[in-house]
Design a protein around this ligand. Structure first.
Ligand SMILES: [Zn+2]
Length: 289
């Protein structure tokens, strides 16, 4: 029966030059001069979702919203949820409370203007809410957000809040805001990030199927999965100058990603993150208790 759980499907909408792996090589003031591929890639994703008759959440940068209004309307018109991925992919732990609140407000307004809908969901760039940023949830609650999916409860070289709960939690005593961490699986005594990114693209598909089944059947909870528009785009320009490790992570298996995604979407039930948040609220662990 637990295979009937509806899992959360999400796309982090950013262009090929906006990823964390290349931030040391490409400056923000170059972005407007680089050829954008986010629209064509999102349109391919919308077609894939339509063929599978599945709805998802598009966590979108305010920077993208400001430049690609028609794309945002298409996402909304197709029945998907539009949510925030911050303004320009600055990681939350590099901001302070005031600058984070400003980033959040600016991106939310750009998304609401372009999409014509209220924005209630947030995903931090590079899962950058962690033990260093307790003020982030206060800013989210103050601006009317209802859920965040911004925590990777693991140890990783780029990110992670190791001791965070694996499933939904309520970070503030005075607000109903919940955090829904990205999916992790237990493997060889460790927690692995199993909700997308390199785990999904680089490893054989069987690992992801095993991990999501483990979460659905053993934990009896929904999984949260994410990917990026650039991950289905083998023709994207190659960035030189980044570390070998970054380049390997970024460019491996781009050509087989769409096929893997189609298989994943067919093997499990998927839906929007706001609906998942609605169901998970009753199960959320109270961090203040
Ligand atoms: Zn991102």
């Amino acid at each position: 029966m637990s295979d009937n759980l509806v899992n959360g499907l999400s796309v982090d909408v950013e262009d090929w030059f906006q990823v964390g792996a290349f931030e040391g090589v490409i400056d923000r003031d170059q972005w407007d001069s680089l050829g954008s591929r986010v629209e064509r890639n999102c349109e391919a994703i919308l077609e894939m979702f339509a063929r599978a008759d599945v709805k998802a959440t598009f966590f979108t940068l305010g920077w993208v919203a400001q430049r690609h209004g028609p794309l945002l309307r298409k996402i909304v018109d197709a029945g998907h949820e539009l949510a925030s991925h911050g303004w320009d992919h600055e990681r939350v732990f590099r901001l302070d409370r005031a600058s984070f609140a400003a980033d959040l407000d600016r991106s939310r307004k750009a998304l609401e203007d372009a999409g014509g809908v209220r924005i209630t969901g947030y995903r931090a760039p590079s899962f950058s809410i962690d033990q260093r940023t307790p003020w982030a949830y206060m800013a989210l609650a103050e601006q009317g957000f209802e859920y965040s999916s911004s925590v990777a409860p693991i140890n990783h070289d780029h990110y992670g809040w190791r001791n965070a709960p694996r499933f939904a939690f309520k970070p503030l005593p005075w607000s109903d805001l919940i955090e829904i961490p990205v999916t992790t699986a237990h493997f060889a005594g460790r927690r692995l990030a199993a909700g997308g990114g390199g785990f999904f693209r680089v490893l054989p598909y069987g690992f992801s199927r095993w991990a999501i089944r483990q979460v659905n059947r053993q934990d009896k909870r929904p999984a949260v999965f994410y990917f990026h528009p650039w991950e289905i785009d083998p023709q994207q320009p190659r960035v030189t100058g980044a570390s070998m490790r970054s380049r390997v992570r970024h460019y491996t298996n781009l050509d087989v990603m769409a096929k893997k995604l189609e298989q994943l979407i067919g093997d499990f039930a998927w839906g929007r993150m706001d609906l998942l948040a609605h169901r998970e609220r009753a199960l959320a662990v109270d961090l203040a208790a």
